[in-house]
Design a protein around this ligand. Structure first.
Ligand code: DX5
Ligand code: ZN
Length: 220
């Protein structure tokens, strides 16, 4: 069994039954719940915000791994903390003061994460590596589920693995986009410790979730 955290993205869940869907992936072995927040401005799609997350919170004790694809971020940090986010991950392109944003996330009681788009270089994290608990490598351009894994991001994952090891800090290295039973092992070999997957987890409906999650861990 591979020692990797699986964080199913509820972007591929049935939005009419989100509470049930979260209970089902929790029972099926998810380690975290990945929640994609989109504003139709930072990315060309819309999802939901803190009021929905707050209503989902009682449905699972697993960490809420919240990925913000919104700009600006700072006015909403306290709302996400109150809604029950455990990890709050932001893109450096979302505002001019990423360091301040990461400090504000920690001050609000959450773990700060930074998300790196396919076209953004790994070195962006160098000045802030001591301020993050999670690095999210986007292996698709953010906005939609069901896209294909961009192979060139494997080299970036390797670069982050090295940076994290050198930092001596305990930082989750997570990958998001196009992960399935074929691409997940390659990302794990490159050094990730957490995998986000939407379509690969939710395909086939609730009776398939446990098998789908096990397949991402390389157990089947
Ligand atoms: C994309 C989101 C992802 C998405 C992944 O913008 O950040 O979390 O849900 O979906 P799949 O696993 O289907 O590529
Ligand atoms: Zn995401």
């Amino acid at each position: 069994m591979r020692d990797v955290l699986i964080s199913p993205s509820i972007l591929s869940a049935d939005f009419a039954k989100l509470g049930e869907e979260i209970r089902a992936i929790d029972a099926a072995g998810a380690d975290m719940i990945h929640i994609d927040v989109m504003d139709g401005h930072f990315v060309p799609n819309l999802t939901f915000g803190p009021p929905v997350i707050e209503k989902l919170r009682p449905h699972s004790d697993k960490p809420f791994d919240v990925h913000l694809m919104i700009a600006p971020v700072d006015p909403f940090i306290d709302d996400f903390a109150k809604a029950g986010a455990d990890i709050l991950t932001v893109h450096p392109e979302a505002g001019p003061h990423i360091h301040r944003t990461l400090q504000a996330i920690r001050a609000a009681g959450m773990k700060p994460g930074v998300a790196i788009n396919p076209g953004t270089p790994a070195d962006v994290v160098d000045p802030i590596i001591d301020d993050v608990d999670l690095i999210l490598v986007m292996s698709v351009n953010p906005g939609f589920g069901g896209q294909s894994f961009i192979d060139s991001q494997l080299r970036k994952i390797e670069a982050f693995r090295k940076k994290i090891d050198e930092s001596g800090r305990k930082i989750i290295l997570e990958v998001d986009g196009g992960l399935n039973s074929e691409t997940a092992p390659r990302a794990i070999d490159a050094g990730v410790t957490a995998i986000v997957a939407g379509s690969a987890v939710f395909k086939g409906g609730p009776s398939s979730y446990a098998g789908n999650i096990a397949a991402l861990r390389g157990e089947m």
